[in-house]
Design a binder for this molecule. Structure first.
Ligand code: G6P
Length: 767
């Protein structure tokens, strides 16, 4: 209210000032115009009378002169006429003139007797008047003067009227302004603000969720958006404070985003985390005329994104979206997540050829099949290797730029796209603590040995102070590969390699997901499981039992094998025909590569074949949903499925298995998990299968559907305990903790180590 009063006052003062200035100007102009008009009229009259008076004076016709003087009295605005002798004394005066101006008319200026016409305003208010005098001539000499007097008080009267009108206008305007402002304030400010306040009150009381829509007027929309973010942050803060309190109460040691944030601040002594990966957490793409931010299907992104949100560092990645360049600043940076920026994304640009050779070529046709033993033959091309080196060097430049002003920076390199990066960084910044986490399996030395550039890759990796894998057996394979391929000292008892005086530790850090104890309720936006199932009927099928599979369409995921397992199950247990449906969500991936195109065709053909074999009018055994689905779209499927099938032929960890477990707050659902996924080491309560064994997969499906609900709950509860306890925040804390404990070698020695391994590479490659 006080604000609206101030607003009104300001408006009123402004309008009044403007009106007064305008009126002043107008009064000045009008006065000037009227005065000069009067002056002109007086002059014309005086001069025309002069012509009559001059001969009469000469003739001494005093009677005629007197008549003229009397005739000109009391006419409209004309007060009268006076005739003066040469001494300037009035001799003949219109009688009414003397009555209005006093006993005698005023004296006139001497200049008139020298032959000039003379005009002058005098008096004020009701007595305001104007005189115009001209000389009277007889025989060529000046003998007196004739003066014409006008009443000028009407000019003042009109000015007074103008001021009165202006005052009335200002008054009306003020009343109008006050009324309109009050109305506007009431409709567009007070009401929406009251609604906002009510919404905040409801939020505080917990009767609505922070993500519930706040309807408000256009003008308040930016404010509403900010308030919504604030409310969400407050709710998250409240939830994590409650969670912390619960944990303290339970003397538990669960890791949360907040705990990780505090931990990393201490461990890294305030310096910001720098993460590098090929895949970016948010990719901007054109959708028609607008630009959309996508979160790509990637286990790496699923895992690292909450970590970066908690730690607020910098994530350097390839800008692969077709609208990526439009959304960065002049330094190729942007704040993400887009709706509430928490950390910095720095994009690195690659040419189409670099992407083709480094990403599709060496990384995904070479290293990916090399490390996953899934019976797809790796392809190694010299030009791909060149591009791989080039891109690693390009990323190194970006990293060095980002850490230029940081003392002892901590750098977390991610995955097989950047095997050369640790050494490139360490070579320029020996004071940096460098880690690389390998998200995919590491094969045995024989398998890895077929790579023509294994030595360069291994040496690049050994530039790191710490190398992380998901499981112990990948660490073992790595050390064995080093043992076979390089001159170095391996310490098996502490899992470390020393090469050229530089020590690299090799340790397992099983990656995980952000575990939220999300109890579904209408207020947090989750649909009930029942309505989710009903919604699925939109796909036009009916089923009593539901299986779910969520994968990138990759040959390592064992999707055709999974379908064949389902086929065998239906064959062996026909009572489930018409009752069990498997929904397969598949995100197309790396589709430039023939093997991936073949795989998609294969998956589609297998689904089609099996559906043809069993389907009825209302039911089909496999629903294949090809396309990118975000987490919110996938979550309901996890929550309503009776079982989740993860049948990777080989997988570093597989976070779908953990996401499924994390989303089952109802403690229902059975996980069928491949023996060859890293996750099977931790999730022992899943039904563990060999995906190549079709009968075993079929049997696991039967077992899952017939498992008694007590056992189901116990298994799920135990798995949830594992994922909850070993969540992504604990993973990051372990990794950051291990990096921060690294004792940096003296700079000279570190430089010498890099130089020495450069020399040995040259010698070796000259064979
Ligand atoms: C695996 C890799 C990640 C990669 C993801 C998706 O999880 O370890 O590095 O991001 O697959 O693959 P893409 O090639 O689409 O990034």
């Amino acid at each position: 209210m006080r604000m609206s009063l101030r607003l009104i006052l300001l408006l009123v003062i402004t309008v009044t000032l403007i009106s007064i200035l305008f009126a002043l100007y107008q009064v000045r102009e009008d006065t000037h115009a009227r005065q000069s008009d009067l002056e002109k009229r007086a002059q014309v009259l005086a001069e025309s009378l002069q012509e009559t008076v001059d001969p009469l004076w000469m003739r001494g016709a005093r009677g005629s002169l007197k008549r003229i003087v009397e005739r000109f009295g009391n006419q409209e605005r004309l007060d009268g006429v006076a005739i003066y002798d040469i001494q300037g004394r009035p001799t003949l005066v219109t009688p009414s003139l003397a009555t209005r101006l006093g006993i005698e008319p005023p004296l006139i200026d001497r200049s008139v007797f020298e032959g000039h016409g003379w005009g002058h305003f005098f008096g004020s208010g009701r007595n305001s008047a104007h005189v115009y005098a001209v000389p009277i001539r007889a025989d060529g000499s000046i003998v007196g003067a004739l003066a014409v007097f006008h009443d000028a008080s009407y000019i003042d009267d009109q000015n007074t009227k103008l001021w009165r009108d202006t005052f009335m206008h200002v008054l009306m305007q003020m009343l109008l302004i006050v009324a309109i402002t009050l109305l506007v304030v009431r409709w567009s400010v007070e009401r929406p603000v009251a609604r906002l306040a009510q919404w905040l009150q409801d939020l505080r009381a917990g009767t609505i969720a922070s993500n519930s829509e706040l309807a408000t007027e256009q003008v308040l929309r930016p404010l509403a958006r900010e308030v919504t973010h604030l409310a969400t942050s407050l709710q998250v803060a409240r939830a994590s404070a409650e969670e912390e309190a619960r944990l303290r109460e339970a003397a538990d040691s669960l890791w949360t985003a907040e705990r990780l944030r505090v931990f990393q601040e201490t461990a890294l002594e305030g310096s910001r985390l720098v993460v590098i990966s090929n895949r970016e957490p948010f990719m901007h793409v054109h959708r028609g005329s607008s630009v959309e931010a996508l979160s790509p299907a990637s286990g790496l992104v699923t895992a690292m994104e909450p970590v970066l949100r908690a730690c607020a560092g910098t994530w350097i990645a390839h800008g692969a979206g077709d609208a990526d360049r439009e959304t960065v600043d002049a330094h190729d940076r942007l704040g993400v997540p887009p709706e509430a920026p928490a950390y910095t994304l720095r994009r690195v640009w690659l040419t189409a050829q670099q992407e083709e050779r480094y990403y599709y070529g060496l990384a995904n046709e070479g290293l990916w099949p090399l490390c996953h033993i899934a019976h797809t033959r790796p392809v190694f091309r010299a030009e791909d290797w060149e591009a791989y080196r080039e891109v690693n060097a390009k990323f190194a430049e970006a990293v060095l730029e980002e850490i230029a002003d940081v003392e002892h920076p901590t750098v977390l390199v991610q995955d097989y796209h950047f095997a050369l990066l640790p050494r490139l960084i360490k070579g320029s910044r020996p004071d940096a603590r460098v880690t690389i986490f390998w998200h995919i399996p590491w094969p045995n030395p024989e398998a890895f040995g077929i790579c023509p550039w294994q030595r360069e890759l291994l040496e690049g990796l050994l530039g790191a102070d710490l190398i992380g894998f998901h499981i112990q057996s990948h660490c073992n394979n790595f050390l064995e590969t080093i043992d076979r391929a390089l001159e170095s000292r391996i310490e098996w008892e502490r899992f470390a390699v020393t090469k050229g005086g530089h020590v690299t530790s090799v340790r397992p850090f099983p990656i995980s997901v952000d575990f939220k104890d999300n109890i579904p309720s209408h207020s947090n936006g989750y649909l009930s499981v029942r309505s989710e199932r009903a919604a699925l009927n939109g796909f036009n099928f009916q089923a009593d039992y539901l299986g779910i599979g969520v994968d990138r369409l990759d040959y390592t995921k064992g999707i055709p094998e999974r379908f064949r397992g389902i086929e065998r199950f239906l064959e062996k247990h026909p009572s489930y025909q018409g009752r069990f449906t498997h929904v397969q969500i598949g995100a197309p991936s790396r589709t430039h590569i023939h093997r991936y195109q073949d795989l998609i065709a294969d998956v589609e053909a297998e689904a089609e074949r099996i559906n043809q074999r069993f389907q009825t009018r209302q039911w089909k055994p496999i629903v294949f949903l090809k396309g990118h689905h975000n987490h919110d779209e996938i979550e309901p499927y996890y929550r309503m499925a009776d079982l989740c099938l993860v049948t990777s032929l080989h997988d570093g960890m597989n976070l779908v298995a953990k996401e499924f477990v994390a989303s089952r707050s109802d403690e229902e659902g059975v996980l069928i998990l491949s023996l060859f996924a890293g996750a099977s080491r931790e999730l022992e309560d899943a039904l563990i299968v060999n995906p190549y064994d079709t009968d075993q997969v079929a049997e696991a499906i039967r077992c899952a559907l017939q498992m008694d609900s007590k056992e189901k709950r116990e298994r799920m509860r135990r798995m949830r305990r594992v994922v909850k306890h070993y969540n992504i925040y604990r993973w990051a804390a372990n990794l950051i903790g291990a990096v921060s404990e690294i004792r940096l070698e003296p700079i000279q020695r570190a430089k010498a180590a890099v130089a020495q391994s450069d020399a040995s590479t040259t010698v070796q490659s000259s064979y």
